[in-house]
Design a protein around this ligand. Structure first.
Ligand code: XCC
Ligand code: SF4
Length: 638
């Protein structure tokens, strides 16, 4: 495959070429080696759930149309999909649980490395849980931690955060019986009902799937976001740098990769430790340079301005620079191939979570009780590894781009309304009067099946050109940041006139970086504020807004898609339509019928211009339904 087809990012292209010259296999090579990929798997028609199988359904209708147990294509495809939703919800929610646990340990003084940083947010949260806030902060926090931990396993009631949704939305969930009750319960129930011989009704399987997904969006992920803000600080707009060029020739480079910021937060602190800096000097380094990959990167970027080395498909490429002393990983999106790539260089891969280990790879186990100590140990290891760097094999691409990150539901409030009359009013007004067409959430991963970064950047450019304000998270935000879309100056070059005026008036980029993938919950809560402000309908599905995951690959993306759709959002997925095309019934249920039931539905497209057009058409449809004024500058899609 031509390098330009693999990635549009010049820094990545340079490293892909280097890897090729040095015979190092990357994800693109392994994808090629997998061709042709299994057609039954792609269509969702392979079932391995029980040992009477594996069974497969013949998509052409000639061979078997049911498995040994009698399950048909609809049941098999729906069950497979449901199980992915459960896995995605588990990943985010387990992350949320670990943060809650760290909060509890902090309040019990079992760790002294963390503190309650955002007291204000803690108190708001406490009030939502009916906790009396007229007592010592530690006491409040302890009670919050316990209540939150209960959300995972309680046997009665419903998830408290669901009350954040507009009343109309809550009623829809109630009517359908999909209000999540507790997080673990929804995951377990979905796994239960999708095993052999339980639920055979694809529509009911999807209902149970939506309830599980909602327990992530309005549960596990929302918990992760809120508690991280309390424990590590709520982000505020901050400048940073992105792309492989952030790695430093003359410094010890440590890359943090994964998802949970509890340890990487300590790595940030340790990288500024005078003793360690002195040690670095002694081995001939000019400092300690921390950089991030994937969502851990987004977390430390938003709170500390730590540079981002790259997104998902750049994890191997960061090592290929030859300049990384240590890549420390926690959980999720860490390619098993990393060790082999690291072995081609001096790079030391370090695993830190008991949940995610590699055979034979150095493991320095992290626990909140000795967080700072662990972080220091890892950084020390990196410093000691610096002299092993082979300077003749170092190639750091020069690309690095400025960006602004750190937008939250609260910050958007303040920026748009001014610090003293914080309000969503100016945002709503802009949409109502037709200066802004609407909002779009563009999120998700990279996938070597698609040209790296191309879909994210082309789609987002097209949206902002048509006066749609774009909210981003995850690897998608990193892609657009590399393309220079996340700075205020980008408005002039890329945005439509209406969006441009707003960006210039308040000094924001046309594309707002809201954080990591669990922070997709920030998009939900921001949308709730839009409804609360008034003038744009009574339910999330009324807002002129749409979502997209143009280069998705993870099960987590599927779960996010489902909680967006179940919250009323029209959502497009790129790459392959998640292995459902083998069931026509399921496909049309998800892409059409669902809209009448929950107000949102799925669409699939592998063309960024088409994605943009579909999203804009949907936004315009919502504008019409709300009887909004015509667009001030460009009524029709240009
Ligand atoms: Fe992973 Fe969150 Fe996807 Fe990126 S965007 S590849 S999930 S790091 Ni979540
Ligand atoms: Fe086959 Fe049914 Fe078992 Fe699946 S559950 S493997 S379709 S027998």
């Amino acid at each position: 495959m031509d390098i330009a087809k693999k990635s549009i990012d010049l820094a990545s292209q340079e490293m892909i070429k280097k890897a090729k010259d040095e015979n190092i296999n990357l994800s693109w090579d392994r994808l090629e080696a997998q061709q042709p990929q299994c057609g039954f798997g792609q269509l969702g028609l392979c079932c391995t759930i029980c040992d009477m199988g594996p069974c497969r359904i013949d998509p052409f209708g000639d061979g078997a149309q049911v498995g040994v147990c009698g399950a048909n294509a609809d049941t098999i495809a729906a069950r497979n999909l449901a199980r992915k939703i459960a896995v995605g919800a588990s990943a985010h929610s387990d992350h949320g649980r670990d943060v809650a646990h760290s909060l509890l340990l902090t309040t019990e003084a079992k760790t002294h490395d963390y503190a309650i940083v955002d007291e204000h947010k803690l108190k708001i949260l406490a009030s939502e849980f009916n906790i009396n806030i007229n007592k010592h902060v530690d006491e409040i926090a302890k009670e919050v931690a316990h209540k939150i931990l209960d959300e995972f396993g309680k046997q009665e009631g419903e998830l408290i955060f669901c009350r954040r949704a507009p009343k109309k939305r809550q009623d829809i969930w109630k009517k359908l019986g999909i209000t999540p009750r507790s997080i673990d319960r929804e995951v377990v129930e979905l796994l239960h009902t999708s095993t052999m011989g339980v639920d055979n009704d694809y529509k009911n399987i999807i209902n149970t799937g939506m309830r599980c997904a909602l327990s992530d969006g309005w549960g596990g992920s929302m918990i992760a976001t809120d508690l991280q803000d309390i424990l590590l600080g709520s982000p505020e707009p901050i400048r940073g740098k992105v792309n492989l060029g952030v790695l430093k020739q003359d410094q010890v480079n440590i890359v943090v990769h994964g998802h949970e910021p509890i340890l990487s937060e300590m790595a940030v602190k340790a990288s500024q430790d005078p003793q360690l800096l002195e040690m670095a000097k002694k081995v001939g380094a000019n400092g300690i340079n921390l950089a991030g990959i994937c969502c851990t990167a987004n977390e430390v970027l938003m709170r500390h301005g730590i540079p981002v080395a790259g997104n998902f498909l750049q994890q191997e490429l960061a090592i290929v620079t030859g300049a990384v002393e240590v890549m420390m990983v926690d959980v999720q999106c860490i390619m098993p191939a990393l060790n082999e790539v690291a072995n081609c260089f001096h790079t030391q891969l370090v695993t830190t979570s008991p949940k995610a280990r590699f055979p034979g790879v150095k493991h320095i186990q992290f626990s909140p009780e000795k967080a700072y100590e662990t972080a220091k140990e890892i950084i020390k290891l990196a410093i000691e590894n610096f002299p092993n760097r082979n300077k003749t094999r170092v190639n750091i691409p020069k690309q690095e781009m400025d960006l602004v990150a750190g937008f939250t539901k609260e910050v958007v409030f303040q920026i748009l309304g001014g610090r003293y009359r914080a309000s969503y009013k100016p945002l709503n007004e802009a949409i109502i009067t037709g200066r802004l067409r609407g909002l779009a959430g563009v999120v998700g991963c990279n996938n070597p099946k698609q040209t790296h970064d191309y879909f994210h950047t082309e789609l987002v450019k097209e949206l902002i050109r048509n006066d749609v304000l774009v909210l981003q998270t995850g690897c998608s935000a990193i892609a657009c940041a590399k393309a220079g879309l996340l700075v205020p100056e980008a408005a002039k070059e890329f945005a439509g006139k209406g969006l441009q005026e707003i960006c210039e008036a308040v000094g924001i980029p046309p594309v707002l970086h809201l954080g990591s993938c669990v922070d997709n919950s920030r998009i939900l809560t921001a949308a709730c504020e839009v409804i609360r402000e008034g003038g744009l309908g009574e339910d999330l599905s009324d807002i002129p807004a749409a979502g997209c995951a143009p280069e998705w690959m993870s099960e987590k993306a599927i779960t996010i898609g489902f909680y967006f759709v179940a919250s009323g959002v029209y959502t497009i997925f790129g790459a392959s339509p998640f292995a459902i095309l083998g069931s026509q019934n399921l496909t049309s249920y998800l892409t059409s019928d669902l809209e009448k039931i929950v107000g949102g539905r799925f669409d699939f497209s592998d063309n960024p211009a088409q994605m943009a057009r579909l999203m804009i058409e949907h936004i315009d449809k919502k504008r019409k339904a709300l009887n909004l004024k015509p667009m001030i500058y460009n009524e029709h899609i240009t």
